[in-house]
Design a protein around this ligand. Structure first.
Ligand SMILES: CC(C)(COP(=O)(O)OP(=O)(O)OC[C@H]1O[C@@H](n2cnc3c(N)ncnc32)[C@H](O)[C@@H]1OP(=O)(O)O)[C@@H](O)C(=O)NCCC(=O)NCCS
Length: 146
């Protein structure tokens, strides 16, 4: 069953600290816990999707004068493919629309670009590699926002 059919799901704002465990286990299990902490975590807005009060998907949003970026989208491995990441990203897109932000960007793992394209993110020509993973910078322009 896809997540959208369940009623015990909640998307809430959480602390940076609450994102750490999922970030670490799902994205960088072979690195130290410290590795998944971001220098500007304290300034981010962190969203978590919980199912039966258990956190299973997280994403972090950073709004700075240089732009608006989301980072560290991660869904519990055993829960992937059930629509939770989609619910969280759709929520994020609604937040961006409400905040009248014009441009959203992210560093996408190269093997995830087609997932992000579903949400209107488009690949730019900027690429880089970090920790053995290739990244493509993706962006979305919110045309309805001034
Ligand atoms: C990427 C990630 C966040 C997606 O979360 P999720 O909760 O599994 O996503 P959903 O269940 O909402 O969506 C899964 C859908 O995307 C598709 N999908 C999953 N990974 C994909 C990929 N790499 N490329 C293209 N499509 C992908 C699935 O086939 C599925 O399609 P369906 O809806 O037609 O069945 C999750 O796989 C994850 O945490 N991966 C490890 C961490 C990571 O790579 N984060 C992103 C860093 S850029």
């Amino acid at each position: 069953m896809k997540a959208t059919n369940s009623s015990n799901l909640k998307i809430i704002e959480i602390s940076a600290q609450e994102t750490q465990d999922l970030r670490h286990r799902v994205m960088w299990p072979n690195k130290s816990k410290k590795y998944v902490e971001l220098e500007n975590d304290a300034k981010g807005i962190h969203f978590g999707l919980s199912k039966d009060s258990r956190l299973i998907s997280v994403v972090s949003l950073f709004i700075t004068k240089d732009g608006t970026q989301f980072r560290k989208l991660a869904t519990e491995i055993s829960e992937q493919g059930s629509g939770y990441g989609t619910l969280l990203l759709n929520h994020l897109m609604a937040v961006i629309t409400n905040k009248k932000i014009k441009r959203l960007w992210c560093n996408a793992r190269a093997d995830k670009t087609s997932f992000y394209e579903r949400f209107g993110m488009r690949s730019t020509s900027k690429t880089f590699a970090k920790g053995g993973i290739d990244y493509i910078i993706m962006e979305k322009i919110f045309k309805s926002n001034p």
